[in-house]
Design a protein around this ligand. Sequence first.
Ligand code: NAG
Length: 328
Amino acid sequence: MFGLVSLAVALCVHQAAAHGGVLSYSIAGSWYQGWNPYNTPTGQTSIQRPWSSYNPIQDATDPTLACNDDGTSGALQLTATVAAGSKIIAYWNNPWPHPYGPQLTYLAQCPGTTCTGVNANTLKWFKIDQAGLLSGTVYNGQWGAGMMIANNNTWTTTIPKSVPSGAYLIRFETIALHSLPAQMYPECAQLTITGGGSLAPTSAELVTFPGGYSNSDPGLTVNIYTNEAQTMTTYPIPGPPLYAGATVTVPSQTGSGSPAPVSSTTTVGTTTKPATTTTTTTKTSASPTNTAGAAQYAQCGGQGWTGPTTCVSPYKCTVSNQYYSQCL
Ligand SMILES: *[C@@H]1O[C@H](CO)[C@@H](O)[C@H](O)[C@H]1NC(C)=O
């Protein structure tokens, strides 16, 4: 009996493997299993709000845009306690297949001492980090979602020290732009934030879901395959402006606490000039004759980076920001 159920679940997961969502979390170093949409809800305990399929949401007016389908608290709903200032790592399916699009993280405070039983559609959300087009063009640049993939399909966010203590939902989201309508993948988890500050989000920083996005938002309607996209170097990230207490716009994805990026172990080709590979800095492009180094799209530099700092020919190590350089 158990074997048959396991087999059925395995088949379902296999069929749905093209998409997915946040499957687990690491909060201040502790591991939290997410909800499994392809197991029976009975008996499941998680800090994550229940969701029911790996499919994307493709309509900004869909009520499930808040916390996926259906995003109400589970019968055995758990809540994680986390100190303001802590890091939370969200783990997506490995490998996440959609590198073109933004990453966004939101918080919403619940009115009482717990979010259990609170309808996510009634809450006001504020954005605590975002990463859109990091470098290059809309057509083939480096995106927040690509950075998530490069970091072992994880995204690390920091609970701002300034947020008031209390009960919150945290909403991690990746948006995929490889086809239209855009594909939104949000999941929520319940938190009790302790040791917080006193900087309440302003009304301009707060949105509802649905409501925070519109189906006509340029960030959701852009066609990344047009000729125009080949010269576009800016991308408007959907949603409200960042919360003023958000300390970073692109958090370090290679800092302590994050899993080692996949690319750190990927060295392609043979080293023909060992001296050059050990002295090249992250801000220096790889020598055109270099035949060793990281693969195309792999990380090759950034604060705290200890992996290869050169790229296989003909790619160049290109600085995205102080935390991230990539072979392009
Ligand atoms: C990458 O993530 C998977 C879960 O998707 C985890 O099991 C594995 O340990 C991670 N790898 C590293 C190097 O952190």
